[in-house]
Design a protein around this ligand. Structure first.
Ligand SMILES: Cc1ncc(COP(=O)(O)O)c(C=O)c1O
Ligand SMILES: N[C@@H](CCCC[NH3+])C(=O)O
Length: 423
């Protein structure tokens, strides 16, 4: 089995020749393990074995078409949030009936594309969106299958910037008006009211907020059924956290089986299809970002290792002060000590810092380091700030590997720009 594992102070990327790959394609690059992706998908899906479920992988977490194709072969559906993600999911062979469409700002053009694809469900987040979807569906002589995403006003206990289920967040329909909006939806010819949807945030490491949110929506399903709505699907979103700390005693987040238990206790009596939208749980620890040390420097007693990857390649530390283990790819010699160092990138921003005062074995220019748990919300949040090409992505499977996104040339990067003849 080929996977990434942190043991005894070193990254074990079993049989993955990271040094050779780095020489071949240059750094930085993302590297994903097919075996880990498959394992994580199965662990999640198997937690609900025997139940009517759709595991719709959250495409926003890792959207490479090769990864989506791999998951499609295992039976995964897709949770998409844009026309672009819908296109990717379909291109990867995920059938429309396994696609759910979330997001607060779907445009009419995106709605029409999704209706053409015959998607499983629109997770509608406002009355205005519902009205637009009804119009689009009627103009196409179809009915749009709809779940309203309700906002249960539950704090996920995660980072403020990735919590979505509090009443002042932009997501979902306020709890207090949910039943009224359902009643309104039921009168719309272009809308087939078929589900309820909730998603309270990401990197959730405590099961209690899930329990509170799911009990609330389960009660809502019963109320809505009593009011005559044919609720056949309950979409519980994503959000299950993953371990980011492999080097210390931070307790791991709950196992999918424990998460499944919460769902069993709160929703199994409802007899409907359960939809899940996991992203990070499947992709997070299936990917690493490999970079090289460019320089070491010291400013007034502060030591810095400057890498050839920047916040444009992995923005999570700059955006959310997120922690990623950063470890040397080559095992340090035995008995070598560690020291505190700041690990930074080349981008001209002070926030281009991956770690402050990180205890690291000695690094020297040319050394390779790996950022762990970089599979989810890594490459997908990459950008070309400072005209830095997007890092390539590699998929490793046994002794095979393939570049699944190559590094663009500078020519390709500026190919979409035009210089009008009047400049
Ligand atoms: C609607 C929706 N579904 C699913 C996800 C995936 O979340 P996660 O990657 O935490 O499983 C997100 C991201 O928070 C989301 O906004
Ligand atoms: N981008 C966030 C997760 C947000 C999920 C989308 N609602 C992260 O890197 O942790």
């Amino acid at each position: 089995m080929h996977h990434f594992e942190y043991r005894d102070g070193v990254l074990h990327a079993e049989d993955i020749p990271l040094d050779r790959l780095a020489g071949e394609i240059g750094t930085p690059f993302y590297c994903y393990s097919a075996a880990t992706l498959r394992r994580h998908y199965s662990v999640f899906a198997d937690a609900f074995k025997g139940q009517d479920t759709l595991v719709a992988f959250s495409v926003k977490s890792l959207s490479n078409v090769a990864v989506l194709s791999l998951l499609a072969k295992l039976g995964a559906g897709a949770d998409v949030v844009s026309g672009g993600e819908l296109f990717r999911a379909l291109r990867a062979g995920i059938p429309g009936e396994k696609i759910v469409f979330s997001g607060v700002g779907k445009t009419r053009a995106e709605m029409a594309d999704a209706l053409k694809a015959g998607i499983c469900q629109f997770n509608v987040e406002s009355e205005a969106e519902l009205i637009a979807l009804d119009e689009v569906a009627r103009s196409m002589n179809v009915r749009a299958p709809v779940a309203l995403r309700v906002n249960p006003d539950v704090a996920a206990g995660s980072h403020d910037k990735i919590s979505t289920g509090r009443k002042t967040d932009k997501f979902g329909i306020s709890w207090s008006i949910a039943a009224d909006v359902y009643a309104r939806a039921a009168t719309m010819e272009g809308i087939d009211v078929s589900g309820v949807d909730v998603h309270i945030g990401s990197q959730i490491t405590d099961l209690a907020p899930f329990g509170s949110a799911f009990s609330k929506v389960a009660a809502l399903v019963s109320t809505l059924r009593d009011q005559g709505h044919d609720i056949r699907r309950l979409d519980l979103g994503g959000g299950l956290g993953v371990p980011y700390h492999h080097q210390d005693a931070t307790p791991p987040p709950p196992h999918p089986l424990d998460y499944a238990k919460v769902i069993h206790e709160t929703a199994s009596h409802l007899d409907l299809q359960l939809i899940f939208e996991p992203g990070r749980m499947i992709a997070g620890n299936a990917g690493i970002l490999v970079a090289r040390v460019t320089y070491l420097k010291e400013n007034e007693g502060r030591h810095f290792a400057i890498l050839d990857c920047g916040m444009n390649d992995l923005i999570r530390p700059a955006l959310y002060d997120a922690w990623h283990d950063i470890i040397p790819v080559t095992e340090p010699a035995e008995g070598v000590g560690t020291s505190l160092i700041d690990i930074v990138g080349p981008v001209c921003e002070s926030t281009d810092r991956f770690a402050r005062n990180r205890d690291m074995p000695p690094l020297k220019p040319g050394d390779l380091v790996a950022f762990l748990t970089a599979g989810a919300y890594g490459a997908v949040q990459g950008n070309e700030y400072n005209t830095r090409p997007l890092a390539p992505e590699l998929l490793v499977d046994g002794d095979r590997h393939a570049i699944i996104r190559r590094r663009p040339t500078y020519d390709e990067m500026i190919a979409r720009e035009d210089v009008p003849d009047w400049v």
